[in-house]
Design a protein around this ligand. Structure first.
Ligand code: 5AD
Ligand code: SF4
Length: 471
């Protein structure tokens, strides 16, 4: 193999794209690629794109405009740079990218990136390559596992994809078209992945999928296992202190999941459960397959088994035909549930989805105004939730050195960042912290017990610009 080739990946959108980007690095490592943070220096640039809303989608074309200049400059210096577009925009608009952006050498959809080495070779010998079919094989079976040093470099919290795609077909959503119908990975493969991660220092696993609680993978006993059973199995793996999962659909919360929250102390009491709207009429137009009351009932089932559980959600404002009364029902639902945080979005018509054909749209000013009102309410709930931690002693899983010298930052059960002055030795440990104050969204506190006395106590028990995915 020649000198290492340099790879720069830029990921947009959800957690699954972050995970897929890591797996692309793993796939290209045996080809001699190493990652670089410097795009000018790269031999291969991959844009791992997001199609969920128009704004996210447009970023790819403006970025490609910038890359054209960088690629030309490299060519002038006698260096060949290849550009690949991956992810959901590649899936949805692959042909258009090829037509509009001659700078692109490879277009690869989210189900096909295990073919990246062959596609790059094809692009070099035959010109440009496009692959956006949904292959019949399981791409994960073809991906090389991450190397130990790559796992360690990625830190103590890791994502693991357990299912992909969605069969729900909410009328506003591109996911069923870009990620395909719902497919679950077998339990044994997920267990293997988590064992490898745990062996290399990972302490927290977030199981990810567009509709993660629709999980129905083949178990080692030949039966179909639901998410609750999978979580129960993963909780047995030594070294894994915390388990999470995202993103869930209210319709797919079964009793095994509720029981997992009752029985597994390592399953964090923080659930992202998108509702999208509080109006039954809008929920029906969205094809959500649940009412606001159904959603309240699901929340009650979680709360009945775990009083300290907290929720986050996704909301869309300004879905076609949404009236002030519909929107008030959303505000009422938010007031009633009380969230630890939530994402809210202005409705964005996506080509090819049923809602994109609906004529009775909400005006831009009304949408803006509703978004502000909803976000104010959510912000006030989030601030109150964070402020309630002050004075309490809470478990924090320490992740890394913070920007301030001497400070180490970790996360509470509710993903709140928590900072303490301590030795870096505590990274990877779950330790009790007495929270003294709140600075914007960050908690500041002190270790409540000397680190050494808790060092062995492992067994029991995302960048903010990122958005959630699916469900
Ligand atoms: N417009 C606005 N928001 C959307 N979402 C999905 N599709 C759209 C759309 N067309 C939001 C939903 C989903 C989150 C991942 O993105 O709230 O839960
Ligand atoms: Fe599926 Fe979620 Fe999209 Fe609905 S919003 S189609 S549940 S991914």
């Amino acid at each position: 193999m020649g000198p290492p080739r340099k790879l720069h990946i830029k990921s947009y959108g959800c957690q699954m794209n972050v995970y897929d980007a890591q797996r692309m690095v793993d796939t290209l490592a045996p080809e001699g690629f190493v990652e670089t943070a410097d795009v000018d220096d790269a031999d291969l640039v991959i844009l791992n794109t997001c199609h969920i809303r128009e704004k996210a989608s447009e970023k790819v074309y403006s970025e490609l405009g910038r890359l054209r200049v960088v690629k030309d400059e490299a060519a002038r210096n006698g260096r060949q740079m290849n550009i690949a577009v991956a992810g959901c925009v590649a899936q949805a608009e692959g042909d258009e990218i090829i037509r509009r952006a001659p700078v692109v050498d490879v277009v690869v959809g989210p189900q096909s990136y295990h073919h990246l080495p062959q596609l790059l070779a094809r692009a070099k010998s035959h010109g440009r390559a496009l692959e956006t079919e949904f292959p019949v094989e399981d791409k994960f079976g073809f991906l090389p596992p991450p190397k130990p040093d790559a796992i360690r470099a990625r830190g103590i919290s890791a994502f693991v994809t357990v299912q992909e795609g969605c069969d729900k077909f909410c009328t506003f959503c591109v996911v069923p078209y870009t990620r395909g119908t719902e497919v679950s990975r077998p339990v044994a493969k997920i267990v293997d992945d988590v064992l490898r991660l745990a062996d290399n220092g990972v302490r927290e696993i977030t199981l990810i999928g567009q509709n993660v609680n629709a999980y129905h993978g083949e178990g080692p006993d030949g039966r179909t296992w639901p998410l609750g059973a999978l979580l129960r199995r993963l909780a047995e793996i030594p070294g894994i202190a915390r388990l999470r999962y995202s993103t869930s659909h209210p319709r797919d919360v079964d009793d095994t999941l509720i029981a997992a929250h009752r029985d597994l102390p390592g399953l964090m009491p923080f659930v992202h459960l998108p509702v999208q709207s509080g109006s039954d009429r809008i929920l029906a137009a969205m094809n959500r397959k649940h009412t606001a009351d159904d959603y309240r009932a699901v929340i009650d089932r979680f709360r009945a088994v775990r009083q300290d559980i907290a929720f986050s959600s996704d909301f869309i404002v300004g879905f076609p035909t949404e009236t002030e009364e519909d929107f008030s029902a959303t505000l009422a639902l938010v007031r009633q549930i009380g969230y630890a945080g939530a994402y809210s979005f202005k409705y964005s018509p996506r080509p090819g989805t049923p809602a994109a054909d609906m004529r009775e749209t909400v005006s831009a000013t009304e949408m803006d105004e509703r978004l502000v009102r909803l976000q104010e309410l959510i912000d006030s709930q989030q601030s109150a939730f964070n402020a309630a931690a002050i004075g309490n002693t809470v478990d924090v899983l320490f992740e890394r050195a913070a920007r301030n010298p001497g400070q180490i930052v970790g996360r509470t059960a509710y993903l709140q960042p928590a900072h303490v002055m301590a030795s870096p030795d505590i990274i990877g440990q779950v330790l009790p912290v007495t929270i003294a104050s709140l600075e914007r969204y960050s908690l500041l506190g002190e270790l409540a017990a000397p680190a050494s006395s808790r060092a062995a106590d492992f067994s029991q028990t995302t960048d903010s610009s990122q958005t959630t995915m699916g469900a």
